[in-house]
Design a protein around this ligand. Structure first.
Ligand code: EPZ
Length: 420
């Protein structure tokens, strides 16, 4: 297993190119199952998660290649069965269910199982499929969804924490080949949902309203092949903007979409971080002393839960009290005790973390527990005096393309080493 060794205290300087979005690429790769014609998807980040999806598509019978950020999928003939051994590696693989159900009228998929950040049930996905006429059976750890035919209808997809991103994606994909019109209410509005809808429309689907809480899909008989370039990764962009501020450096983030980052830019501004636009790029640096800020994670366009941990690492450096409330996932504070190992003073009170910021942070060995928690530990390590060893960085490699190389280009003293 690999770790990062980080010698902190160096202000990051220079330009970083943002990769394509993991959370847009995964459902778009799955959507290629909806047609027996070739699809080409560009700007796919090279991550363990996108490679898992390639393996899953191949296991279903599709021909797939992944070269220099371009994924070609030709799902001429496919099966509707996805094995536990593959699905358990990546929860996101659940988004093959909608395309399989739409194309084959059957899907047998292993249930994703638990996750360290929360229970993450798929009841809303199944509710959506049932509303389109599918029969759902759960047995032996598998979901069996079958349908003689799928018929459009109106359904409400809001849950305990509001809309579901992959649930919206799955039901939207299933409805593309259903008879009649489907209206999804309380749909997720994330840019990744819009990017998927754009790809599906390029395949010949009839989708309107993506990006709003009401999405309308008029079913068609057949979809054809298409080409698409994935949107930039807004979470990666936010991570580098925060790293620039945490190290008191100046970083130009290239290729990000500022319009996808409004809530993040707003909170960074409140914290005293200056982010200005230069052409299409964003330039981040500390505008002066960091200030404490209160944050509540919400569905898009609210503050993203996938940036909560990184923002906590920054606010641990801001003198004063910041309150961070996590409303999307019930146990997404695994990074708190690891940040405390670096000297941060953070207390958890129910769904909130009370950050008493401004305490000196110093390097120590820490353990990554999930993707975004590991990004927070890297940011804290870059800001800390001394050496930080971030262990289990396989979590990070799931969602950040060549993070250590990108940081090195910005002047960071970081090494990828074999864990002792
Ligand atoms: C997507 O997960 C992202 N993953 C997550 O990013 C992200 O944190 C999440 O959306 C929220 O923004 C991908 O796109 C691959 P949800 P998803 O369904 O779709 C509850 C990262 O770091 N819920 O929107 O699985 C659920 O438990 C990852 O890149 C139900 O109750 O998340 C959660 O509390 C982590 N029933 C809330 O809704 C359901 O059927 C939002 O989950 C589905 C979800």
């Amino acid at each position: 297993m690999e770790s990062f060794l980080i010698k902190g205290g160096v202000p990051l300087r220079g330009t970083v190119d943002i990769s394509g979005s993991k959370n847009a690429a995964l459902p778009i790769m799955a959507a290629a199952l909806l047609t027996d014609e070739p699809c080409v998807i560009r700007r796919v980040p090279d991550l363990s998660d996108t490679r898992f999806m390639v393996d899953i598509l191949k296991s279903l019978g599709a021909e797939v290649s992944f070269v220099n950020g371009t994924v070609s999928v030709h799902a001429k003939k496919i099966s509707g069965y996805a094995d536990y051994e593959l699905v358990r590696k990546m929860r996101g693989s659940i988004c093959i269910a909608g395309p399989l159900l739409a194309r084959l009228h059957k899907a047998r998929i292993s249930l994703p199982g638990g996750c360290i950040i929360g229970a993450r049930p798929i009841n809303l996905h199944l509710k959506g499929f049932a509303a389109l006429g599918a029969k759902i059976k759960i047995e032996g750890g598998y979901v069996d969804a079958t349908a003689k035919k799928l018929s459009g209808g109106s359904l409400f997809l809001g849950g305990r924490a509001g809309p579901t991103v992959l649930g919206t994606a799955n039901v939207m994909m299933a409805a593309t080949l259903a008879d009649g019109v489907t209206v999804i209410e309380s749909a997720a509005c994330e840019p990744e949902v819009v990017d998927l809808a754009n790809f599906l429309n390029a395949m010949g689907a009839k989708i309107s309203g993506a990006g709003s809480p009401t999405i309308t899909i008029t079913g068609v008989k057949k979809l054809h092949g298409a080409e698409h370039e994935v949107i930039p990764d807004r979470i990666e962009a936010a991570t580098f903007l925060i790293a620039a501020a945490a190290t008191n450096g100046e970083v130009t983030v290239k290729g990000a979409r500022a319009d996808h980052l409004r809530a993040v830019l707003d909170k960074l501004g409140e914290a005293g971080v200056s982010v200005r636009r230069r052409g299409k790029d964003l330039v981040a640096r500390r505008g002066g002393k960091l200030k404490p800020v209160d944050i509540t994670t919400l569905p898009y366009a609210g503050f993203p839960t996938d940036v909560q941990a990184q923002m906590m690492a920054l606010l641990a450096l801001a003198p004063g009290i910041s309150i961070i409330t996590e409303r999307i996932f019930e146990s997404r504070f695994m990074h708190v005790s690891e940040l405390a190992r670096l000297g941060a003073d953070i207390e958890i009170e129910g769904p909130s973390a009370i950050v008493k910021g401004g305490k000196p942070v110093s390097g120590a060995p820490v353990m990554a527990s999930d993707l975004r928690a590991s990004a927070a530990l890297v940011i804290a390590g870059l800001a800390a005096k001394g050496v930080t060893q971030v262990n289990r960085i396989y979590h990070l490699d799931r969602g950040y393309e060549r993070m250590d190389e990108k940081l090195k280009k910005l002047g960071a003293r970081i090494q990828r080493v074999e864990e002792k």
